[in-house]
Design a protein around this ligand. Sequence first.
Ligand code: NDP
Length: 449
Amino acid sequence: MEETLEITNDFVSSISLRHANEPEFLQAVFEVSEDLIPYIEKNPEYTKHKILECMTEPERAIIFRVPWINDKGEIEINRGYRIQMNSAIGPYKGGLRFHPSVNLSILKFLAFEQILKNSLTGLPMGGGKGGSDFDPKGKSEAEIMKFCQSFMTELSKYIGPNTDVPAGDIGVGGREIGYLFGQYRRLRGEFSGVLTGKGLEFGGSLIRPEATGYGLVYFVEEMLQHKGDSLKGKQVVVSGSGNVAQYTIQKCLEMGAKVLTASDSEGYIYDPAGIDEEKLAFIYELKNVKRGRIKEYAKKYGCDFVANEKPWSVKCDVALPCATQNELDENGAMELVKNGCHIVGEGANMPSTPGAITVFQDNRVLYAPGKAANAGGVAVSGLEMSQNSMRYNWTREEVDAKLKWIMQNIHKTCVKFGCEEDGFINYKKGANIGGFVKVAEAMLAQGLV
Ligand code: NDP
């Protein structure tokens, strides 16, 4: 016990020095090492070969200038990134994020999480992440295209179907992937599976847009089934109204749950009657076509819009944060617990702060971290890569069945590594150890590289 504490302290102080000024990255590493260090200690090979130290150092981090010209004819300069974190079990794989908050710390945290998440899917994918501080909000179609083309002109030097396969994330949806793919194809003169989340007409997979949200709900249903319950009739609170939130809501409705909220960066709507199919169609149109604000939902359906707040004070059985990192803090977690919420499934990456996770664990709330619960997106990206390699497409039913099977397997892995003596499932521990083992074994087998 004392020895564990000493190793933990040594690791924490050396990594804090090495990655100073990267709070999100350190937060992700500490969250994982809390579970991994006691496990690694029992496996001296991992300690001797400094596997965790290696895993927290990117294999490569690329930072580049993205110059482009706006509609007024002015020059704009953004910063582009690609973090190639770990390729021990497959090509780097992970999304691109376009958001003004993007920086090295955020992308390193996402790339690190991605290593374990991709491993949990059981598919051969390493971990990576990238993006830019470019803000797509309020930009014209022409500006989005020009930016994507300039971004890809540089990024294309470092990626490829067997090297690194980016996908979408916040601010990067089907439209952006289309422009990025077009520019890669033009520059390289080849049609290959270099990006996932592509349109169906040019190598995309059915169910990819839906995959993260559907996968999250499949995972939560497994958590409930494991204790003899189901989503049917449950009250659900969702944050976000983008890709992940939309398909999370859709699948919740299909499973007979009632969804009470949705949000964006300006606040949340609370609809006590529940978001139904018709209202969800309004959200799709509002967010994907008109690119409007969620408060318009409240105006249209006569419900409350709460400005600048998160939805965690709304009474529910299940909470599904699907917007962004650190959107659910200790106070939000206490509100949820007070109101009887007993399951939290993360659609977003690291939406819960360390304080919130402690509240969940202290109150025996079943808490599924993003690396397990939102792995459905990258899993179907992996299936898109397989289909591209085969030059063949599976049907919607085939992809959906594989997605469900993968989410069930991730749940089994979490139970295997996270089951405590009293039968309580510590999903965080299960996901961290379950994701780590395969990558660690591959790193050991491949030597010091
Ligand atoms: P989208 O861009 O489609 O939607 C993001 C949503 O989150 C929007 O409603 C947005 O509101 C809100 N949001 C973004 N930043 C903030 C902020 N700082 N504060 C409050 N709300 C915010 O992204 P996705 O749905 O694709 O991604 C959502 C989360 O899911 C991210 O954490 C992402 O990493 C994670 N994820 C996504 C996957 C995917 O397949 N897309 C796969 C796995 C995880 P607004 O429009 O006002 O900005």
